[in-house]
Design a protein around this ligand. Structure first.
Ligand SMILES: *Cc1c(COP(=O)(O)O)cnc(C)c1O
Length: 373
C-alpha cells in the first residue's frame, strides 16, 4: 500500500484556503487508514494548526511521535486516564458533568496547570456531545471548575448531521443550535476562544459554519462527502500476480462457483482479499488494473485472495503487478469505485484498507515537496 503525502498536502491547502480561522486535521482511525502520524505531519506543514482524534490513546500516540501542535481528543469514557492527557498537554472535549468532574479531578488540586477543555454540545445527531437540556448545567459546572483553577474552557464544539447534503440550507438547525449553545456558555461566564462546528463538507460548502476553527478529516485523504470539490485520493494498493493459468469454458471459480467461464480464458491469482480491507460485497462488480488494462474480478472475493479474468491470450505473467485500488491517475479503480461496487462508503473502504494485516499494509509514503502555493 502506498500513501501519497503530496496529495494529502495539496488537499490540506485546498481546505485551508477556504477558511480564515484555524484548521484542525482530524487523524482518527489512524488517519482514515493513511497513517495518523504521517497525515498529521503533512497537514501541519500544509496549513493545519491543530490535530484532532477521538480517543485519548490516539492523541498520546501523536505526542509520542514528537508532534507538539495542539491536539484535541473528543470521545472518551468517563473512566479514561485523563491525567495522562493533561500531562501530555492534550485538550479534552467534555460532553457531560460527569466527564467534567473526571477531567477536573485529573487536573489535581488547582496548583498544577488546569486541564484545557472544549465543551461538546450535541447539535443534532443525538450521538456524542451534551444533550441540549444538559448544556446549561454543564456550562455552569464548567465555569465553577474554571474559577477553582482546575479547568480552562478554551473551546466549544458541535457537529453537523446534514452537512454532507452540501450547502448552507441543510445546516440551518445545527448552526442555530450551536449559536444558542454559545450564548448559554457566555451567559454562564465562559469565554471559549475556539468555537468549532464544521467538518469537511461544511468547510467546503457552508462558510457560515466555520466559526474560529474547522475540523477536517475525510478531505485530507481526498474524500469530499458533499461531492462539491475535486480533491485527490492518496492511497494505492497493488498486489503481485501469484499465478496465471489457462482454463476451458465451463470452469467454476472460487467458493460456490459464483462465476463460471463462458469461454476458454486466462485467470490470474492475486494475494489480496477481504482481510486486507477489500469489501467482499463488491463481488461480481469489481475490477483491477493489470497489464495496462482493467479486468474483472471473478468469483467471490476470498479472505486473502481474488481471481482476475484476463481473457484469452493475455501477456500477463506471474510477478506482474496489479493495481487493485488507485488514485484515479492511471485508470485503476479508486476507493470511491470500490465503495460504489460494494454499496459502501468511501470512508469504510479506506479505513478497511488501512487496518489490513502488515503483510499488505506495509505503508510506503512518498515525501511531500513543500511548495507553498
Ligand atoms: C470525524 C469527525 C470530523 C471530521 O469529519 P470529516 O467529514 O471526515 O471531515 C470532525 N468532527 C467530528 C466530531 C468527527 O467525529
Amino acid at each position: 500500500m502506498r500513501v501519497d503525502l503530496d496529495s494529502v498536502a495539496a488537499n490540506c491547502r485546498v481546505l485551508a484556503a477556504q477558511v480564515r480561522g484555524d484548521l484542525m486535521a482530524v487523524v482518527k482511525a489512524d488517519g482514515f487508514g493513511h497513517g495518523a502520524v504521517d497525515v498529521a505531519r503533512t497537514a501541519l506543514a500544509s496549513g493545519a494548526t491543530w490535530l484532532g482524534v477521538t480517543a485519548l490513546s490516539e492523541a498520546l500516540t501523536l505526542r509520542d511521535a514528537g508532534l507538539r501542535a495542539p491536539v484535541l481528543s473528543w470521545l472518551n469514557p468517563v473512566g479514561a486516564d485523563f491525567g495522562a492527557g493533561v500531562r501530555a498537554g492534550v485538550d479534552l472535549a467534555v460532553p457531560s458533568v460527569a466527564h467534567l468532574a473526571a477531567v477536573a479531578g485529573a487536573a489535581g488540586d488547582g496548583r498544577s496547570a488546569p486541564a484545557r477543555v472544549h465543551l461538546h454540545l450535541d447539535t443534532g445527531l443525538a450521538r456524542d456531545g451534551a444533550a441540549p437540556e444538559e448544556w446549561p448545567a454543564l456550562c455552569r459546572a464548567a465555569r465553577s471548575a474554571e474559577l477553582d483553577g482546575r479547568v480552562q474552557v478554551v473551546g466549544v464544539m458541535g457537529h453537523l448531521a446534514l452537512a454532507d447534503l452540501g450547502g448552507p440550507a441543510p445546516n440551518a438547525a445545527g448552526r442555530a443550535a450551536f449559536d444558542h449553545g454559545l450564548d448559554v456558555a457566555r451567559a454562564a461566564g465562559l469565554r471559549p476562544r475556539h468555537r468549532h462546528l464544521a467538518a469537511t463538507a461544511a468547510t467546503l460548502t457552508d462558510p457560515a459554519a466555520h466559526h474560529t476553527m474547522v475540523r477536517v478529516g475525510a478531505g485530507l485523504v481526498g474524500i469530499d462527502p458533499s461531492g462539491s470539490t475535486a480533491l485527490h485520493p492518496a492511497l494505492t494498493l497493488t498486489a503481485p500476480v501469484v499465478s496465471v493459468r489457462q482454463v476451458p469454458a465451463g470452469t467454476g471459480v472460487g467458493y460456490g462457483h459464483a462465476w463460471t467461464s463462458s469461454r476458454a480464458t486466462t485467470l490470474a491469482l492475486l494475494p489480496v482479499g477481504y482481510a486486507d480491507g477489500l469489501p467482499r460485497a463488491a463481488t461480481g462488480r469489481s475490477e483491477v488494473l493489470l497489464g495496462g488494462r482493467r479486468h474483472p474480478v471473478v468469483g467471490r472475493i476470498s479472505m486473502d485472495q481474488l481471481v482476475v479474468d484476463l481473457g484469452p491470450g493475455s501477456p500477463v505473467r506471474p510477478g506482474d503487478t496489479a493495481t487493485v485500488v488507485g488514485t484515479g491517475d492511471d485508470g485503476a479503480p479508486t476507493a470511491a469505485e470500490w465503495a460504489r461496487w460494494a454499496q459502501a462508503l468511501e470512508h469504510e473502504v479506506v479505513t478497511g484498507l488501512g487496518s489490513a494485516p502488515p503483510r499488505v499494509r506495509r505503508r510506503v509514503t512518498t515525501h511531500p515537496t513543500w511548495s507553498p502555493s
